[in-house]
Design a protein around this ligand. Structure first.
Ligand SMILES: [Zn+2]
Length: 352
């Protein structure tokens, strides 16, 4: 798989476009798209794409003229759902903005090779990520789409950070937003994950995102919890008053899923990637050594996790303890009711 992908990336053969110009940025597409041939000639040298609404033209003059009159040049379509540090996420309903959805999809197809869904935009929501420069206005950096009605409770159909903006951790920001939104939709119950199968690149990105999410949960508590001083989280530190409560070392995969809002299959994938999947062969009731009280661990796949291993993983992978998504950045009347129950499942809380 990797071979065929890298071969395609290296060779322009088969592309029906040589270059795209998004706003002022020129770069090469990775794949063929399905722009109508009467508008975009095969092997066209350049396709100019509006950086705000994704309308396209092979004619630079037409593109310049559009740029001056673009209806979305000052404000993105849709409703702002997140805004923090100059980055914002806007929810765009494909039903309300069909042309926008189609043009965004056509452009995205240049960089996504495994998605074929495109023109039923009315059944999708698009979440576009923008960055606003006080002098230059806003830029769309990428987006994710989500089916309005997903039988599999997928919280994301496809995700793309446009090539000039990749490798800046922006995908993690969007993934985090997708989990936050679906967490609210599900009223705190178990939620889904990205639509599968994932592309090779998507799988890699998600495994890392999931692993970081789990590590943060085990070290800091639920997503959105305030970050504690890392110096107080070292595995061997013994905070005052905690001597009678050793760090917890077993937890079920289901608990981890509930705590992080992830599917159990994704939790297992992440734990395996971290080298932390150490299941106990037979989940069984355990008794505390002195009182004989039966442990109330919920049923499920019990895994043994040493906090020191999580800490080692976090350090080796330069984990930023701060969540990429800032909870206070969410706008509107969403119900971010965070129950403090369940925090007791995290390793950290056992220490504090
Ligand atoms: Zn435009």
């Amino acid at each position: 798989m990797a071979t065929s992908k890298s071969a395609r990336l290296q060779s322009p053969v088969g592309r029906n476009l040589q270059n795209v110009v998004l706003g002022d940025l020129l770069f090469q597409p990775w794949n063929q798209s399905i722009y109508p041939e009467d508008l975009v000639a095969k092997d066209a040298d350049r396709l100019y794409v509006c950086r705000w609404c994704f309308r396209y033209s092979c004619d630079g003059d037409v593109s310049d003229k559009h740029k001056r009159a673009c209806e979305h040049r000052t404000t993105p379509p849709g409703t702002k759902v997140y805004d923090h540090g100059g980055y914002a996420v806007w929810e765009v309903d494909g039903q309300d903005y069909k042309l926008f959805g189609q043009n965004l999809s056509l452009f995205a197809k240049l960089f996504l090779d495994h998605k074929t869904v495109f023109f039923d935009v009315a059944t999708f929501l698009y979440y576009i990520l923008t960055f606003t420069d006080p002098d230059e206005g806003y830029y769309v950096l990428g987006f994710f789409s989500k089916e309005k009605l997903s039988w599999d409770a997928n919280n994301l159909a496809c995700i793309l950070i446009f090539p000039p903006y990749q490798h800046k951790q922006l995908g993690k920001l969007l993934m985090g937003v997708s989990y936050k939104l679906s967490g609210w939709d599900s009223n705190g119950g178990p939620i889904g994950g990205p639509e599968k199968p994932l592309s090779e690149l998507g799988h890699k990105s998600y495994v890392r995102f999931w692993a970081e999410r789990i590590a943060r949960y085990l070290l800091c508590g639920k997503p959105g919890s305030s970050v504690q001083d890392p110096d107080q989280q070292k595995p061997n530190s013994t905070p005052k008053g905690s001597r009678k409560r050793p760090p917890r070392e077993t937890i079920t995969v289901e608990e981890l899923g509930l705590g992080t809002g992830m599917l159990t299959e994704d939790v297992i994938t992440a734990l395996k990637s971290m080298g932390l999947f150490d299941p106990q062969a037979t989940p069984k009731k355990r008794k505390s050594n002195r009182t004989g009280v039966v442990d109330d661990t919920p049923p499920g796949q019990i895994v043994t996790i040493h906090k020191s291993d999580v800490w080692d993983w976090a350090q080796a992978h330069h984990l930023l303890l701060e969540d990429p998504v800032c909870d206070s950045g969410f706008e509107g009347l969403w119900p971010p009711v965070v129950s403090s129950e369940g925090d007791s499942q995290s390793l950290t809380s056992e220490d504090s």
